[in-house]
Design a protein around this ligand. Structure first.
Ligand code: SAM
Length: 463
């Protein structure tokens, strides 16, 4: 397509799955000699990978498109494209508000990005590609330096039809990639130095139901566990409705699977959960939590909560706050309900005023900060394996990494490069957003060993 090198400016909004998709798009275009650039003014092709989950995410894209208008005016041969969820949901509005956009394509068309860009470059009117398409695993490895941690999409789509959510419209029905393709991708990542993978799906714990023969996430975790070089496995996002005893046991029994689970609750009130069409009650969610905590006592839990869902009363909201305290989450992602076109909740009566949503959001953040701080304090004095993934944000002389329960730990590495190593670190202080630690083994030993060896060297870690 492109004979001489050209420049691609790629802007990604939204979830980890979008980050993953953007990496694939960049690698497919790189084969056509598109190099990434940070500067939109240098680009021949600008792609915005978009998110529709809340109105705010869409507003950001429209304002970015507004900012790009003058570039297109100066250089009419610049190609501007909008891809991802908003392309799927808002193609009419994009054409109306930004008629200078040359290319609009949804996630099912990502594998065909090269051909689509080629068509857009011919300049015969905008190229629109937003229909359903077959699931294709793009095997092109991500561009750029090798990474310690990587996302791997294992399935696309969602069939839950929560009344607030656009995902079934933007990402289509549930389709899983085969375990063989996923394992091959992760083997490639491990060979390139990756040590931690996060398996992604909108309802990742529904993985494999659609395959023939059917399989499940627990079986996939076991297969990924066998891959040499991979040290840690995470997965997100799980839906309580699909949480099986097999998956709970996998959290305990599959060695590389970290003791961390993101389990969106959305609301603590049964009345609201029913109107959201979540498919579980508060009591069922608590039953699952009890089973999880009994099976994996060290499990860290995080959740998503929506405040101000239509008809949510003060009492409903109080039930949500109560759940945060009762479950004891390590982390909570609180969202103000956003009215999404085409979803049943957008048409429900009793929409909650913005100022009430803002106040409930503020209160929820206060409570979750207190609960999360108590969880962090429990880690003080313990020695935990930390996978070093960089340097401290505040002090470049210090190493930074994460525990298996996904907490950031900063510690003095004595000037050693421990990147990619798993280091036993004693937690000396819990701070609001991170933990302070000190290494317990001589660092020269750690630098020469992996976590398994480090665990053998430090009896306190064997428990
Ligand atoms: N599929 C997952 C589930 O339902 O458990 C979550 C995926 S969604 C991309 C991430 C979070 O965004 C949801 O868990 C929900 O809390 C939030 N969200 C989705 N739609 C929303 C809306 N209309 N308004 C506010 N928050 C929303």
């Amino acid at each position: 397509m492109q004979k001489t090198p050209a420049k691609l400016h790629l802007i990604t909004y939204g979830c980890q799955m979008n980050e993953y998709d953007s990496e694939r798009v960049a690698s497919l275009l790189k084969r056509e000699r598109y190099e990434l650039t940070d500067r939109p003014e240098d680009a021949d092709l600008i792609l915005l990978n978009t998110c529709s989950i809340r109105e705010k995410a869409e507003d950001k894209v429209f304002s970015q498109l507004g900012a790009l208008k003058h570039l297109k005016r100066q250089r009419p041969d610049l190609v501007i494209g909008v891809m991802g969820c908003m392309a799927q949901l808002q193609k009419g509005r994009i054409q109306e508000r930004a008629p200078y956009v040359d290319l609009v394509f949804g996630s099912p068309a990502i594998a065909r990005v090269v051909a689509l860009v080629q068509r857009a470059k011919q300049g015969r009117g905008p190229v629109l590609e937003t229909g359903e398409g077959p699931l294709v695993k793009i095997t092109a490895p991500a561009d750029g330096p090798p990474r310690l941690k990587a996302f791997v999409t294992v399935m696309e789509g969602c069939e839950k039809y929560c009344t607030f959510c656009v995902v079934p419209t933007t990402r289509g029905r549930e389709r899983s990639h085969s375990p063989e393709v996923i394992v091959a991708e992760i083997r490639g990542l491990a060979a390139a130095g990756c040590r931690e993978v996060t398996l992604l799906g909108q309802t990742v714990n529904a993985y494999g139901r659609d395959l023939s023969p059917p399989t499940d996430l627990a079986a996939l975790l076991e297969r990924v566990d066998d891959i040499d070089g991979i040290e840690r496995i995470r997965f997100t996002t799980s839906n309580p409705y699909n949480l099986t005893p097999r998956l709970i046991r996998a959290l305990r029994d599959v060695p590389k699977v970290c003791e961390y689970l993101h389990l969106p609750l959305q609301s603590g009130s049964d009345r609201v959960l029913e109107r959201m069409n979540r498919g579980y009650t508060r009591a069922r969610y608590l039953e699952l939590i009890a089973e999880l905590q009994e099976t994996v006592p060290d499990l860290a839990l995080s959740t998503d909560l929506i405040v101000g869902f239509p008809g949510e009363t003060d009492e409903d909201f109080a039930r949500t706050v109560e759940m945060v305290e009762r479950v004891g989450y390590d982390n909570v992602f609180a969202f103000r309900y956003s009215r999404r076109p085409g979803t049943p909740a957008a048409e429900m009566p009793d929409q909650v005023p913005d100022e009430v949503k803002a106040e409930r959001n503020r209160r929820l953040l206060e409570v979750t900060a207190r609960v999360a701080a108590a969880r962090s304090q429990r880690l003080e004095g313990r020695t935990l394996p930390v996978l070093v993934d960089g340097v401290s944000r505040k002090n470049a002389g210090e190493a930074a990494g994460r525990t298996r329960c996904n907490r950031v730990v900063n510690f003095d590495a004595g000037g050693r490069d421990l990147l990619g190593r798993v280091v036993p670190v004693r937690i000396v202080r819990a701070l609001p957003h991170s933990l302070r630690g000190e290494p317990v083994a001589p660092l020269e030993d750690v630098a020469a060993a992996d976590w398994i060896a480090a665990r053998e060297a430090v009896p306190a870690l064997q428990a």
